[in-house]
Design a protein around this ligand. Sequence first.
Ligand SMILES: Cc1cc2nc3c(=O)[nH]c(=O)nc-3n(C[C@H](O)[C@H](O)[C@H](O)COP(=O)(O)OP(=O)(O)OC[C@H]3O[C@@H](n4cnc5c(N)ncnc54)[C@H](O)[C@@H]3O)c2cc1C
Length: 451
Amino acid sequence: MSKVHLVKRLPKDPGPPAWRSIIPDQPRYPKLENQIITDWLVIGAGFAGLSASRRLCQITNDEKITLIEASEVAAGPAGRNSGFMIDLPHELGTGTYKDTIERDKLHIKLNRYAIDFAQDSAKEYSMPDEAAELSGRINGVVNDNGEKHNLEFARHLDNLGEKYQHLTSGDMKDITGSTFYKGGLFLPGCLMIQPALYISKLAAGIFLKFKNRFKIYEHSPAIKLEKNGDSWIVTTPQGSIITKKIIMGVNGHVESFGFFEKRLMHVFTYASMTKKLTTKQQKILGGKPSWGIIPSNPMGSTLRRITGISGDRILIRNRWTFNPSIEVPDSNVEKFGKDQDLSFRKRFPMLNDVEMEYRWGGRLCLSLNSVPAFGEVEKNLYSACCQNGIGAAKGTLAGIGAAELASNIQSVIVKDMQSYEQPKKLPPKPISIIGANAIISWREMMAKDEL
Ligand SMILES: Cc1cc2nc3c(=O)[nH]c(=O)nc-3n(C[C@H](O)[C@H](O)[C@H](O)COP(=O)(O)OP(=O)(O)OC[C@H]3O[C@@H](n4cnc5c(N)ncnc54)[C@H](O)[C@@H]3O)c2cc1C
């Protein structure tokens, strides 16, 4: 027996998985309660884990693939995000757009590869349209800073040869029904997903298509990894798995497995979703039935209006906390919910009788130098983690890349993922906590008009 990795912490998701609560008919998967033997073990059913699973099913013939999830499919961050699968450079870690043109072009190409992968999955597994639609996003403008930011971004897009459209305050009112926005930049290449619908259908689609060799277990967290000769033995609370290769798609929790310690920043952000708007409320609001707005300053509020099987609703996401313990008290959800109510009322004073039905939070993982935690971290143990806040696209790529790397396929994704340095070491704890909280407070203050 060689090294043993005891998993120090298991994920805790604050508040309900709202996007999942508003969709019908989701399959549930069993808990692992015995010992099984598999060729591949994927840990974590988010964008990374599910994309890795699908890619492994595609590139292997008769090998067995097992996916274990600590919680339930679509209940974690992959099913709780705002659903922008972004194609263009969008550095949450630095807030700048200074990458070289060539680097940006490569990132756009790779992000679009992830978007194609998601659209191909949507088609192959007959997902409803609203699971994944190429309907674009808007960078909203509320003040001169936002205007300046969008103009700079548009200039950068000109250099990249990318399409966009400037929107006036009138256009913004026609789209959202609100007079809050002074303008916007429409970016057509963003895939808008209903995150829980997409993740749930992706899991079910792979499960049905590869039923004879792909298995999913929920409520089955990995609590121990142990190398035994050429195999790994992974323990869950009531079972164990003997496997040749492991892909970890657990994002920031890779640190709980003992990897990339003191190199990852764990942050949470929070959201609220309204009850279904009544026909009368929809009429009073006007605007289009679905749209998505990202703030020019990432610390501002993200908004979406959705329509379809879950009714017409508005979602609002804002506020950030830095949480090295990868946990937050449930009270944060209520506390920041008040900010979401204020942001909602500022934008939609005509909807003063609309109430929030769900409030929740979720975790993200960033590195100081905005690089992934990717690669073979021990023999036959691969990490597809740290998506730097844009995990819908980057998590999909990391999952595909890890499956290809572990299968000895030297793809463009693998080459790119392996081209980065390691996530940079964080300063010692008191300094990193004080520093991160100060940066969040300062940047939230700078973004206060956009909250
Ligand atoms: C409110 C909110 C809004 C966001 N909006 C966007 C957005 O619009 N666009 C975007 O790109 N990103 C967004 N994000 C970030 C995005 O959700 C994450 O980057 C993404 O989910 C990361 O994908 P992943 O597959 O790497 O990890 P995750 O989605 O975190 O999945 C990892 C899975 O691993 C499981 N796990 C952890 N430990 C274990 C264990 N020991 N055993 C088994 N399973 C384990 C977890 O339960 C989890 O399901 C948002 C996040 C939040 C919280």
